[in-house]
Design a protein around this ligand. Structure first.
Ligand code: SF4
Ligand code: F3S
Ligand code: FES
Length: 235
């Protein structure tokens, strides 16, 4: 099949503003991924095209981009999901709400600052037991969903509340906080909940649900945010 990729390009060193460029590719397979098409553009047509990717298998979270208006991982987005006939177009642009460094690459500093703010690591100052810190399967299940996050930023950059105010910690940071708040072995839940109670924490979530729709790991993000809000109310 023939696919025309419409890509948002921008090189701040030479371009006054972003623009759309089109690249037509022949012999595309229906099962090719959008990442494969980006590689073909870069390797066969224009080597200056810039985008992030690493694992190419939906694990590392580095290639979240906006494909036909939806935040997706380019390595999981199949051509057949966008084009049914022998010919078609697919539009690719950077995720929204973060500054563009070049083409499809955005500056993730704000995203990772918010991530660090919620202390996304295990905290327990007690002397460790002789063997492991025990946890029942039921206790583990409480935070099972939040362990699936790959920090791709698809959720936070699809959230209108984050677009309106980038100081909002955003759904990804709240998912990361959830991971430890509900871990029975961790001792810093109160500190994290205090951080999330602040002006730019969970209360900026207006239950818009875009985050849950965008998550490539199908994490029920809006529900996890609601659990955090409830926990703040309970304490
Ligand atoms: Fe990506 Fe989902 Fe994690 Fe958000 S919660 S960063 S969408 S994996
Ligand atoms: Fe934003 Fe998701 Fe809440 S889209 S407003 S974080 S439910
Ligand atoms: Fe790693 Fe897509 S390249 S998730």
């Amino acid at each position: 099949m023939e696919i025309t990729l419409r890509i948002r390009r921008y090189n701040p060193e030479v371009d006054e503003k972003p623009y759309w460029a089109e690249y037509t590719l022949e012999n595309v397979e229906r099962t090719d991924r959008v990442l494969d098409l980006l590689h073909r553009v870069k390797w066969e047509i224009d080597g200056t095209l810039s985008f992030r990717r690493s694992c190419a298998h939906g694990v590392c979270g580095s290639d979240a981009m906006r494909i036909n208006g939806m935040n997706l991982l380019a390595c999981k987005a199949l051509v057949k999901d966008f084009v049914k006939g022998a010919k078609g177009r697919i539009q690719v642009e950077p995720i929204l709400g973060l500054p563009v460094i070049k083409d499809l690459i955005v500056d993730m500093d704000t995203f990772f600052e918010h991530y660090r703010t919620v202390m996304p690591y295990f905290i327990n100052d007690e002397e460790p037991p002789e063997r492991e810190r025990l946890q029942s399967p039921e206790e583990r299940a409480i935070f099972d969903e939040s362990t699936k996050c790959i920090l791709c930023a698809a959720c936070t950059t699809s959230c209108p509340s984050f677009w309106a105010n980038e100081t909002y910690l955003g759904p990804a940071a709240i998912v990361q906080a959830h991971r430890f708040i509900f871990d029975s072995r961790d001792q810093a839940a109160s500190e994290r909940l205090a951080i999330l109670s602040e002006e730019n924490g969970v209360w900026r979530c207006r239950t818009i649900y875009n985050c849950t729709m965008a998550c490539p790991r199908e994490i029920p993000i809006t529900q996890l945010i609601a659990e955090v809000k409830k926990e703040i109310g309970r304490r």
